[in-house]
Design a protein around this ligand. Structure first.
Ligand code: SR1
Ligand code: MG
Length: 426
């Protein structure tokens, strides 16, 4: 059933200007009177309405939840409460990672609507990477975002009561988690009405993935971890479509899938989307080899991200021994500290193994499931696209079933390079 709520109505450009004129802070940013404001609906995501509103002195972005999945239509209802979780996550992320998220100007719980900073001249990162744009600050920024939002909301640094309060606060975001549980961990491995892939080229891959017992066990283990490991507050959908940036400034947007889950789900999202973009470059280069330099940037940046994340996370853990896990009283003196340092290394190794598995799941879902990436979708020649996708699928399967073969990010990037060279056609 489509949710209804007293006072809720999806906004249109005409109604939105009148609504915003009643909010002094927003009126002040836009300047002038509502008749002089331009309002454009620009949403191209899967779920929501997004408006850009500009006035004589400034602009704002407005995001409003619809009571259904925009990509599919009213046949797939979705609760408006996702705006509540998004607002809560944005507030928490702003506390932890400051300028790496957009500023919120206004939140309306009834309208499920958030008015936030207009990010200009930022673009969605996925579009920049398809065009071959390099972002020299990105590795530093996203590694800071992930290290701070994950480490500082985990039991490594939080007391148990604060951690449990956080679990309780996000526990109701079940509908959004259910989307992930179905679309990432289940549907690509079974016959599902909404699955799609580059057909007929990838028909044999889709059939094999549905019959692969080892793969289905591996993805089910990851699903169990997603369902049951309340490690830290996740963004929950940290792909390159959830990042707006310029070469100088990075902002992470759209945390409506936020909940308390396994950290590797967020770190894996970044790995997956960089690998998908790496494989997609063959479909976008005008001449063979024209994007070699960019491919190097993509994989080099991914290596930097993971290396920086590792160092920053450990530093935060060492500097904030305030969590109820690993009580300092158990690790006193030089010997205790040395023992704890060995354990920290083991913890980071486990997190990396999770990252590899979740990255693989996120690559497969974007090729065999409902929601695809424009990195690959925009490759018009279906044979070329299928070759890019087959390489990504084959690497992802190996990463998921044999995560132990990928003990470091360099083993992943090396395998991606080899896969591209050795698999010449789907
Ligand atoms: C029906 S929603 C499909 C996907 O869009 C979002 O960006 C999430 O990735 C979700 O899985
Ligand atoms: Mg989104």
């Amino acid at each position: 059933m489509i949710e209804t709520r007293d006072g809720y109505a999806p906004q249109k450009p005409e109604t939105l200007a009148a609504y915003l004129s009643g909010i002094p802070a927003v009126r002040g940013i836009l300047g002038g009177t509502p008749e002089r404001w331009s309002v454009d609906e620009v949403g191209d995501g899967n779920l929501n309405l997004v408006f850009i509103v500009k006035g004589p002195s400034g602009g704002v972005a407005v995001k409003q939840a619809l009571p259904y999945v925009r990509l599919v239509g009213e046949s797939w209802p979705l609760p408006l409460s996702r705006a509540h979780y998004e607002h809560m996550a944005l507030t928490e992320q702003a506390r932890l990672a400051g300028a790496l998220v957009p500023e919120i100007h206004h939140y309306d719980e009834t309208l499920a609507l958030i008015v936030m900073e207009l990010l200009e001249p930022h673009i969605i990162m996925r579009r920049g990477m398809i065009a071959g744009v390099q972002y020299p600050k990105f590795a530093d920024d996203i590694s800071t975002f992930m290290a701070r939002t994950l480490c500082l909301t985990s039991d490594l640094t939080l007391t148990a009561d604060r951690k449990k309060a956080m679990i309780a606060a996000f526990a109701g975001n079940t509908a959004l988690c259910k989307i992930t549980e179905d679309l990432i961990f289940t549907d690509p491995y079974r016959v599902a009405e909404l699955n799609r892939w580059t057909s007929p080229q990838l028909d044999p891959y889709a059939a094999r993935w549905r019959e692969d017992g080892d793969l289905k066990v591996a993805v089910s283990r990851l699903k169990l971890k997603f369902l049951s490991s309340a490690e830290a507050m996740l963004h929950g959908d940290l792909h390159t479509g959830s990042i707006m940036l310029t070469p100088e400034d990075t902002r992470v947007i759209d945390p409506e899938f936020a909940f308390i889950g396994p950290m590797g789900f967020d770190t894996g999202a970044i790995v997956a989307n960089f690998l998908l973009n790496f494989f997609a470059q063959d479909g976008h280069e005008k001449l063979p080899g024209a994007r070699d330099h960019y491919r190097d940037w993509v994989l080099g940046t991914l290596e930097q991200i993971i290396g920086l994340f590792h160092g920053k996370f450990l530093q935060l853990w060492r500097q904030n021994p305030t969590g109820d896990a690993y009580p300092p009283s158990l690790f006193q003196g030089a010997e205790g500290e040395a023992r704890l340092e060995i354990e920290r290394k083991a913890y980071m190794d486990r997190l990396w193994t999770d990252t590899v598995g979740f990255a693989a799941a996120k690559m497969i879902r974007r090729i065999l499931g409902l929601a695809h990436n424009i990195d690959l979708e925009w490759i018009e020649d279906k044979d070329r696209r299928a070759t890019c996708e087959a390489r990504a699928l084959t690497l992802a399967r190996d990463m998921m079933v044999h995560a132990e073969r990928y003990p470091a990010i360099q083993s992943v990037t090396g395998a991606a390079r080899r896969m591209r060279q050795e698999m010449t056609r789907y």
